[in-house]
Design a protein around this ligand. Structure first.
Ligand SMILES: [Zn+2]
Ligand SMILES: [Zn+2]
Length: 163
């Protein structure tokens, strides 16, 4: 039996979606944010370099812009990217920002961009040390381990290159 129509192509990613991916004005501090790779040092810049706020735009993968929520995502702490190598030590992972949506509570883990404000990152880290037990439990349920008080030297070293 032949099925003549199976070769028909379906384009799931429209150009319109891709075009929404560009410079933006931060929903929180209202600074203009450029998404040029040369400035940000990362593809898919999704948070403001000044206040580190993000918006809940992505649903499945970074940059898909499929989420209906669109609320502010607040930086709540730092974590380290998991290593794919089996015997890699936890401290060797890349420093990442953990965001939480203010409307629906969804967590997201994002790469730090080259022009993100280091002092703001440190402030986020310090504030994260006060996170209460309920939020900690939600993070653990999502498999997210925030850097704690014992990890201060890792944060310093990653941001400023010194202990
Ligand atoms: Zn901002
Ligand atoms: Zn949301």
């Amino acid at each position: 039996m032949t099925t003549p129509f199976t070769t028909q192509r379906i384009y799931t990613r429209s150009r319109g979606l891709r075009n929404t991916f560009g410079d933006f004005v931060c929903v929180h501090c209202h600074n203009f944010v450029s998404t040029q790779v040369a400035l940000a040092g990362v593809h898919h810049r999704n948070h403001c370099p000044y206040c580190l706020s993000s918006r809940h735009l992505d649903l499945y993968t970074a940059g898909d812009r499929l989420a209906a929520c669109k609320a502010r995502m607040r930086p709540i702490g730092l974590t380290l990217k998991r290593q794919s190598k089996r015997y890699a030590r936890f401290e060797q992972g890349e420093l990442m920002i953990v965001h939480r949506c203010e409307a629906c509570g969804e967590f997201a883990i994002n790469r730090i961009a080259a022009d993100d404000d280091n002092e703001t990152i440190v402030t986020v880290y310090q504030n994260s040390l006060q996170i209460d037990g309920d939020l900690q439990r939600l993070l653990v349920e999502d498999g997210i381990i925030l850097l704690g008080a014992a990890d201060q030297s890792i944060v310093q070293w990653r941001l400023f290159g010194q202990n």
